[in-house]
Design a protein. Structure first.
Length: 91
């Protein structure tokens, strides 16, 4: 039987994978904090006289946009982690 030669991952690729995992975990923590913390709402309530703050506070538009951006970046990082781990050039 001929075995397929395994390619060893270079140290640089492993270091990048670890850094991407740390970044992805910090993004997950940011999503959790933004979802369950009312600090942003309290900050906007202090500026309730401002018309823009009233719009953002009423619909939580700023939080939704921030969460959407963070989730998009998280998906990108997860795709990079998978590609680097498999040593593929998909992305």
């Amino acid at each position: 039987m001929s075995q397929r030669p395994t390619r060893k991952r270079p140290f640089g690729v492993i270091a990048i994978i670890i850094l991407k995992i740390v970044t992805a975990l910090s993004l997950i923590v940011n999503v959790i904090v933004l979802t369950f913390n009312d600090t942003v709402g309290q900050f906007l309530n202090r500026w309730a006289n401002d018309e823009v703050a009233n719009i953002l506070n009423s619909g939580d538009l700023a939080i939704m946009i921030t969460l959407a951006f963070i989730l998009a970046v998280l998906v990108w990082h997860l795709a990079l982690i998978i590609c680097l781990w498999l040593l593929k050039r998909w992305v």
